[in-house]
Ligand binder design. Structure first.
Ligand code: G3I
Ligand code: 9MR
Length: 582
């Protein structure tokens, strides 16, 4: 009893002294590495002159600094100043205080400061698992019954063949829910898997240490790969065994309501085979084959199945090089109409490059590059579900030592293109209102902009690996700071991580369950001035502020596997690289 009173009393005194954090100071709400840049941003006109760092508990001033000159925001015209305390390196818990403005959220300075973020965002994938119950042992208060067995999926008329006429029942279980919806899309699975498999290939040692408390955690396979295999086994079922073509998606005709997985029981179909889905599938299975060769004992037959699947897929795309998925056209010809995510892409050029490169690296056979222009004369695009060329270059530079004779030229070209791309990302970094690569142009704020920040971070990590120049690593870290709070909304976009983090993502289980807090470890889409959801609760239309923490907002506050994957990559890569000595 006495103990309880004492604790309560201490709590009261603590909160009487502590100030409510101000929203005007924006920083990574998790914290900083001792020997890396540390930046907070203060918004508005009031702030100028000095700032200080105080110990979170005692209020003792431990560092004094001066705010930068004001920087004008290109999206909103608002002013901000930078509080740079990179020179302060002592481990502990602190706040930033700016006289006349207030104090920030508390943060830590310590080694491995993003370890929980990295592990938590990987665990996010477990919560997206289809066809299985999530018991409390692994899912805690987000435990839920199994949904979508997907063992009786229908062949949609658009996907019919002689061997599998419309209405044929196939089994296509497992995989991850794509996003806030319950469908499974091959194209989006493609980049997601490529990103996670690349994380394993780039940092095999570090990723072996992950234990994220999933059912497979006790086995001899790294948890990262166990999670990937859960989706891989689904992807393999999406290939038509008769000809090697791959279905575009497994979906209900229209989106389910905001209900739990086990309550969502509309019939599900696989939809039209096409070239781009098959190319993405080939890239993933080819990459998985070479990685899983190292786990033949633990995952018997899986590497071989992937290799065979990739080869069969390749035969199909060679015969069907230009079958595009066009949902409107498809709906004109077949019933039922399908109105779920289209993931339709007008050009397969980048998918050909990616698939051919993965085949080339896995088999060592030059023939896969025949007829492929690996380095077209168009600027490289940041990876996204419909732009995968950079994934090919990441694989080429990573595989330098394993490339067959003649491969050095591809390595050299890929390296050059990637370094140019990363250098361009650094343009005017010192002038940016939040001192981040993310957000220099309005074009960064698309649907899923958080993944733009994360994918830019990956490109910068690649450049650091290629050059050893720490400016790239520090800029990648700056984009991680962006995602975790140093941005114009003040949100840390990863659910469950930070003080101000989305509470109402457009995510069916988070909306429909009985828990106050959303499922953790999921990356919210982030600012998107398109506001395609037409929600009424946006409070700003400036590109970098166009976000609303409301479950109506699928255009700014949904979550998605192709956004979570680069989040996992960036946080993990930064951890692995900061762990190494300079
Ligand atoms: O291709 C044009 C480009 O030419 C133009 O410059 C640009 C300007 O904004 O727009 C580009 O098209 C955009 C397209 O994504 C490709 O980036 C569209 O405006 C934009 O509306 C579209 O958003 C996609 C959205 O689905 C709607 O189709 C998102 O990228 C995609 O992540 C999202 O994915 C959904 C799935 O369909 C369903 N499941 C949830 C998932 C996440 O929200
Ligand atoms: O929930 C859907 C989300 O996953 C998609 O990203 C989004 C855009 O395709 O669509 C959402 O579903 C909405 C539908 O498009 C329109 N009616 C309301 C649905 C959300 O409740």
């Amino acid at each position: 009893m006495h103990k309880v009173i004492l604790v309560l009393l201490a709590g009261t005194i603590g909160s009487a002294v502590a100030q409510t954090p101000t929203e005007k100071i924006r920083l990574n709400q998790i914290g900083f590495y001792p020997d890396a840049p540390k930046v907070a941003v203060v918004v508005g006109d009031a702030a100028q002159g000095a700032f200080q760092i105080k110990e979170a508990g005692s209020n003792k001033v431990v560092y004094k600094g001066t705010l930068s000159a004001p920087r004008a925001n290109q999206h909103s015209g608002k002013k901000s100043r930078i509080a740079d305390f990179s020179n302060f390196t002592k481990k502990g818990d602190y706040v930033v205080e700016i006289p006349g403005v207030g104090t920030s959220y508390a943060f830590s300075i310590k080694p491995a400061v993003h370890r929980d973020v990295a592990a938590g965002s990987l665990k996010g994938f477990y919560f997206q698992r289809v066809s299985t119950a999530l018991p409390e042992k692994y899912a805690g208060k987000w435990a839920r019954p199994a949904g979508h067995p997907d063992d009786r999926v229908l062949i949609h008329p658009s996907a019919a063949s002689a061997e599998r006429p419309a209405g044929t029942v196939i089994s296509s279980p497992r995989g991850w829910y794509d996003a806030g919806d319950y469908n499974k899309y091959i194209v989006n699975s493609g980049i997601t898997m490529g990103t996670l498999l690349s994380l394993y290939e780039d940092f095999p040692q570090y990723t072996r240490q992950f234990d994220v408390n999933i059912p497979e955690s006790g086995n001899q396979v790294p948890d990262l790969l166990d999670e990937v295999v859960y989706n891989l086994r689904w992807m393999l079922t999406m290939q038509d065994p008769n000809d090697g073509g791959v279905y575009h998606k497994l979906t209900t005709p229209s989106f389910e309501g905001m209900i739990m997985p086990d309550k969502a029981k509309k019939p599900r179909y696989v939809i039209q085979k096409n070239t781009i889905a098959t190319l993405d599938f080939i890239a993933v299975t080819a990459q998985a084959a070479r990685i899983l060769d190292n786990y033949k004992k633990e995952l018997p037959g899986l590497a071989d199945s992937c290799r065979t699947a990739a080869l069969k897929g390749w035969d199909w795309v060679k015969k069907n090089p230009e079958v595009l998925y066009d949902q409107n056209e498809m709906n004109k010809n077949f019933d039922p109409d399908v109105t779920t995510g289209s993931y339709q892409d007008r050009s397969g050029q980048d998918e050909w490059i990616w698939a051919a490169t993965e085949m080339y690296v896995t088999t060592g056979d030059q023939k896969y590059l025949d007829g492929i222009n690996l380095f077209p004369d168009t600027p490289l695009s940041l990876p996204s579900w419909n732009q995968v060329r950079a994934l090919a270059y990441y694989t080429l530079v990573r595989s330098q030592k394993k490339l067959p004779a003649g491969g050095a030229q591809y390595y050299n070209q890929a390296k050059q293109v990637l370094l140019k791309f990363a250098n361009d990302l650094l343009t005017d970094l010192d002038k940016q209102p939040y001192h981040t690569v993310m957000g220099r142009t309005k074009g960064d704020y698309i649907w899923g902009s958080s993944a733009v920040a994360a994918n830019q971070g990956i490109a910068l990590v690649q450049a650091y690996q290629l050059s050893g120049d720490r400016k790239f690593l520090h800029a990648a870290l700056g984009n991680l700071d962006y995602i975790l709070g140093r941005n114009a909304t003040g949100y840390s976009f990863l659910t469950g991580f930070g003080d101000k983090t989305p509470m109402r993502p457009h995510h069916r289980p988070s909306v429909a369950d009985t828990q106050e807090e959303p499922v953790p470890g999921l990356l919210s889409g982030g600012p998107n001035p398109g506001q395609q959801d037409k929600c009424k609760t946006y409070t700003s239309s400036y590109a970098d502020e166009s976000f609303t923490d409301d479950d109506c907002s699928y255009a700014s506050n949904e979550i998605a596997i192709n956004w979570n994957a680069p989040m996992v990559y960036l946080a993990t890569a930064v951890e692995a690289l900061m762990e190494k000595k300079k």
